[in-house]
Design a protein around this ligand. Structure first.
Ligand SMILES: *Cc1c(COP(=O)(O)O)cnc(C)c1O
Length: 464
């Protein structure tokens, strides 16, 4: 497939992100690259780093809030899905914006606490919570969405009558998948939630709520990237109808809250923020008008749509070469930082920008090039046959739209150290940078690789 047609390059400076009214992102990020190179955050000895626009993150949170604020009676807790940017300063920024946090295990729960989220604004979702994790969540008062009937029974055993935790049940409305199988959670055989259309399942859900007055919430997360607004809204509408059915059957308002998950897709093709949160709210209003009338408290769990377009990766071009008539730029951005793009390139194409040694956008004639990474496998290529200005040794490439799930979620393949992450804010021309995560040291790489057990295997004496 010709990826040059599928993924367009960043627009010329001057193009604006729809409705933002702020400096266009491409111009702001170009300024950030230039300043990062000037300040030595990117260069020969620091050939790879992630960058996050803190002002942009605040604006994205505002657009989420405003989209739901059009419903006058509605109470909403907006949580951020921690896995989309599992970095404590990023979570702290989101807590400071008034958000809650969705976590899916002990590591993310710890990060949420370190970031300062109060327990009543934390939601624990995971398909494999241990008894210990459940005990801790219940003791702290963190909300928990059970993923199965088996987990409801465990919570029943473990919870003390006065537990402050809001407790819910995740359902799978089985409305079908989107364009990326691995990201679709509402397929017939998805591992998540109670499969609602299976024979007898709906009745069992109603019974489960009837017997357990402490269950007060329904949860659905239809999918991430690749699901249409209509598909997502159909899944939430199905969950809303189930809430109405439970409350109707019990003759009381037992289900008081609906957690609609996250999953708003991100446009990786250009700078425009599309779809907007407001379009999703409109789709929800169409699919389930009663959902937003204030009778149910809502919880949201967006991740990618809040962060992706606010971040980028910068990587130095170490060498260039030609092979089989193809120009290849060997850079420091590969599978260790763009894992999904390298392993599933058709589903996760990224826009690439070309910058010179001073961090200024390269112009000039385009040529077809591969942008490859440092990992030792042939597929470690972040963009194939891409038309870009000719890259030279010492230049920089920028991988756009990587503020979620990319630099925050590195892969330790080839023992490559995790790169530094910086936040920036301020006006163009005077951006201020702050470290979010230090680059990993080689001491840390060694420690993580069993240094403290160096003699463990030679010292094991078995049959010789
Ligand atoms: C991953 C996940 C999210 C966030 O998905 P995004 O596509 O990043 O918005 C929300 N809820 C649950 C349960 C998830 O697993």
């Amino acid at each position: 497939m010709d990826e040059t047609r599928r993924t367009t390059q960043p627009p010329e400076p001057g193009a604006t992100a729809r409705g933002s009214g702020h400096a266009p992102r491409s111009a702001r990020f170009a300024e950030a690259v230039r300043q990062a190179v000037a300040e030595g955050l990117l260069g020969e000895t620091r050939p790879l780093a992630g960058f996050l626009d803190a002002d942009g993150v605040r604006r994205s949170v505002s657009s989420l809030r405003e989209a739901f604020a059009t419903e006058p009676c509605l109470r909403v807790l907006h949580t951020f899905a921690a896995k989309a940017a599992s970095l404590i300063p990023v979570l702290r920024l989101l807590a400071d914006c008034g958000m809650g946090c969705e976590v899916s295990g002990p590591g993310e729960l710890r990060l949420a606490f370190e970031a300062g989220f109060p327990p009543e604004r934390i939601v624990l979702d995971s398909p494999a919570k241990t008894r210990d994790e459940l005990r801790l969540a219940l003791a702290l008062g963190v909300a928990v969405n059970a993923d199965s009937f088996g987990e409801v029974r465990r919570i029943e055993e473990l919870r003390s009558p006065g537990s402050p935790s809001v407790l819910g049940l995740r359902v799978n409305p089985q409305v079908g998948g989107g364009s990326i199988d691995a990201m679709s959670t509402a397929t017939a055989t998805s591992k998540f939630g109670v499969a609602l259309r299976d024979p007898g399942a709906r009745e069992q859900v109603v019974r489960t709520f009837a017997e357990r007055p402490w269950l007060t919430r329904l949860h659905a997360h239809v999918g991430s990237q690749g699901c249409s607004l209509e598909l997502m809204a159909a899944g939430i509408a199905e969950t809303y109808r189930l809430a109405e059915e439970i409350n109707g059957a019990l003759g009381t308002r037992r289900v008081t809250g609906i957690d609609i998950g996250g999953g708003l897709p991100v446009n990786f093709d250009d700078d425009e923020v599309r779809p907007a949160f407001s379009e999703y709210v409109a789709a929800l209003r169409t699919a389930a008008p009663g959902l937003l009338d204030g009778r149910y408290d809502l919880v949201t769990e967006f991740g990618r749509s809040l962060l992706a377009k606010n971040g980028f990766i910068g990587a130095r071009v170490e060498y260039t070469k030609d092979a089989g008539g193809r120009r290849i730029a060997l850079t420091h951005a590969g599978a260790q930082i763009a894992t999904r793009t390298v392993l599933v390139p058709d589903a996760w194409p990224l826009r690439i920008g070309a910058f010179d040694q001073e961090g200024r956008p390269r112009s000039g004639p385009q040529m077809v090039q591969d942008v490859a990474g440092p990992c030792c496998f042939a597929g470690d290529v972040v963009a194939r046959a891409r038309e870009l200005p000719e890259l030279r040794e010492g230049d920089f490439v920028v991988l756009y739209d990587t503020g979620a799930y990319y630099f925050s979620t590195p892969w330790s393949y080839n023992s490559l150290p995790r790169p530094a992450v910086y936040g920036f804010a301020g006006e163009s021309g005077a951006l201020r940078f702050a470290p979010v995560r230090d680059a990993q040291t080689l001491d840390s790489v060694a420690a993580e690789s069993g240094l403290h057990h160096v003699d463990a295997l030679t010292g094991l004496v078995g049959d010789r």
